[in-house]
Ligand binder design. Sequence first.
Ligand SMILES: C[S@@+](CC[C@H](N)C(=O)[O-])C[C@H]1O[C@@H](n2cnc3c(N)ncnc32)[C@H](O)[C@@H]1O
Length: 214
Amino acid sequence: MSRIISSSQQKYLDAFDRKKDMLLRNMEEFAEENNIPILSKLSANLLEQLIVMNKPQRVLEIGTAIGYSTIRIARRLGRKAVIHTIEKSAPNIAIAKENFKKAGLENKIKLLEGDALRLMPQLQKKYDFIFLDADKEDYKRLFDYSMVLLKKGGVIFVDNLLWHGYVAANKVPPKYKKSTSLIRDFNRIFMTQPALSSTILPVGDGVGIGVKIL
Ligand SMILES: C[S@@+](CC[C@H](N)C(=O)[O-])C[C@H]1O[C@@H](n2cnc3c(N)ncnc32)[C@H](O)[C@@H]1O
């Protein structure tokens, strides 16, 4: 349940969620049943809109999981555009590959297998759009690599920046103390980064959007 907006508002907005094909619906169910975190419906809709508006030619995603957001992005890309997506979990990689095949998107998606902390410094060509959705303890370093790889005028989209509402709460359950502190530190950096025009929106679990201005 969302702690960012009220549950009645969440229910109201979810009712507008557009019909999706069986593949996406099955993926949403699979993620729910297997406790695999994927982008919320509202955040995924926003991400799709940004892809349509910005028309990126090269997209980088950090954190593929089962490929749900990858497929939603890939379907909105132009004819020659591509998405590179990084995942380190072997079981998730196997499921994502199956899903890319089912979606018929293998020519648009390149899956980079391994730890993004090791792979990102090896990437040479810059990207127009980066979606950061990985382990919270890696966020600061992955963000630094992303800033190097993002073109001027490019967009970075980061999930979970309101972290179930805990970043703004006075009392945080012990289980969430460390992760909340990591996201708070990250948000300070994200919102004060001089090279970015940045904002955090109360959509889904809190979405950060930054445009590289310098
Ligand atoms: C929140 S899930 C991604 C969800 C996906 N973007 C979606 O919305 O459908 C995070 C994924 O990132 C992967 N991950 C976390 N840290 C990573 C790292 N440093 N390098 C590569 N993958 C990482 C995890 O294994 C997990 O599958």
